[in-house]
Design a protein around this ligand. Structure first.
Ligand SMILES: CC(C)(COP(=O)(O)OP(=O)(O)OC[C@H]1O[C@@H](n2cnc3c(N)ncnc32)[C@H](O)[C@@H]1OP(=O)(O)O)[C@@H](O)C(=O)NCCC(=O)NCCS
Length: 186
C-alpha cells in the first residue's frame, strides 16, 4: 500500500524526505515563520536544524512503518518549495493530506498542483476510497487549495485552537475516488 518515493507533478516534483535536505528545510521554514506559525503549532521562533532533522527522521520512520508518507516539494530547478504528506491517522480507507508552502513560493498554485497529484496517487492505493484535508476555518488559503483541488466539506469539528491564527473550528473536506480511477497499485 506504499506510494512511490517520487511523484512528478508538472512543474513540481515530490520526493520522499531525505536527511540531506534538513538545512534547506530549516531555511524554508524559518523564511516562512510569520505565515506558518498562524496555523502550524510546531512553527516557532525556536525552529532550527535539530527540528528539521527530527521531522525528517520521523517522516522516514513513519514511511517505513506505514503511518505517514511525507514528501519535500521541489521546483524543476531544485528549489525546496514546501512539504506535503499523507497520514493514516483518520483510520482505514482514508488518507489525510497535510502541507505547507515556503512563503517565497506561495500564491503560484504550487500547493494546489501538489495536492492534485498526491491525491490521485493516494486514490490508486489499495483500500483507499477517500482523501481528506482538515484546516482551520480561519485558514482561507488552505481552504482555497482544498476547494480548487476538488475537495468538498463533509464535517466541522470544534477543538481548542493551538496556533495563533486558528479559530478552533476545523473544516474537514474530502475527495472520493472517482469511478474509473482503479485501485490496485502495489
Ligand atoms: C495553505 C498554503 C499551503 C497554500 O500554499 P500555496 O502554494 O500558496 O497555494 P496555492 O497557490 O496553490 O493556492 C492558494 C490559494 O489561496 C488563496 N488565498 C491565499 N490567501 C487567502 C486569503 N487570505 N483569503 C482567501 N484566499 C486566499 C489564493 O488566492 C490562492 O487561490 P487562487 O489561486 O484561487 O487565487 C500556504 O498558504 C501555507 O503554507 N500556509 C501556512 C501553513 C498552512 O496553513 N498549512 C495548511 C494547514 S491545514
Amino acid at each position: 500500500m506504499e506510494p512511490p518515493e517520487m511523484i512528478n507533478a508538472g512543474e513540481l516534483v515530490l520526493k520522499r524526505w531525505a536527511a540531506e535536505w534538513a538545512p534547506a528545510a530549516t531555511d524554508a521554514v524559518r523564511d516562512s515563520l510569520p505565515e506558518l506559525r498562524q496555523f502550524l503549532p510546531w512553527a516557532t521562533d525556536g525552529y532550527g536544524l535539530e527540528e528539521s532533522r527530527d521531522y525528517i527522521a520521523r517522516s522516514r520512520a513513519g514511511w517505513d512503518d506505514g503511518t505517514q508518507y511525507n514528501y519535500a516539494i521541489f521546483t524543476t530547478v531544485g528549489e525546496l518549495a514546501g512539504s506535503i504528506g499523507l497520514m493514516t491517522r483518520m483510520g482505514p480507507g482514508v488518507l489525510e493530506i497535510g502541507y505547507w508552502t515556503s512563503t517565497p513560493f506561495a500564491g503560484r498554485g504550487y500547493m494546489t498542483t501538489a495536492v492534485r497529484a498526491l491525491s490521485r496517487v493516494a486514490l490508486t492505493l489499495p483500500g483507499i476510497e477517500r482523501v481528506a484535508i482538515k484546516h482551520d476555518e480561519a485558514n482561507k488559503a488552505s481552504g482555497a487549495v482544498a476547494v480548487k483541488a476538488g475537495f468538498e466539506e463533509v464535517a466541522r469539528e470544534v477543538r481548542d485552537a493551538e496556533a495563533e491564527g486558528e479559530s478552533g473550528t476545523t473544516i474537514v473536506r474530502e475527495l472520493r475516488r472517482p469511478a474509473g480511477l482503479s485501485a490496485g497499485r502495489d
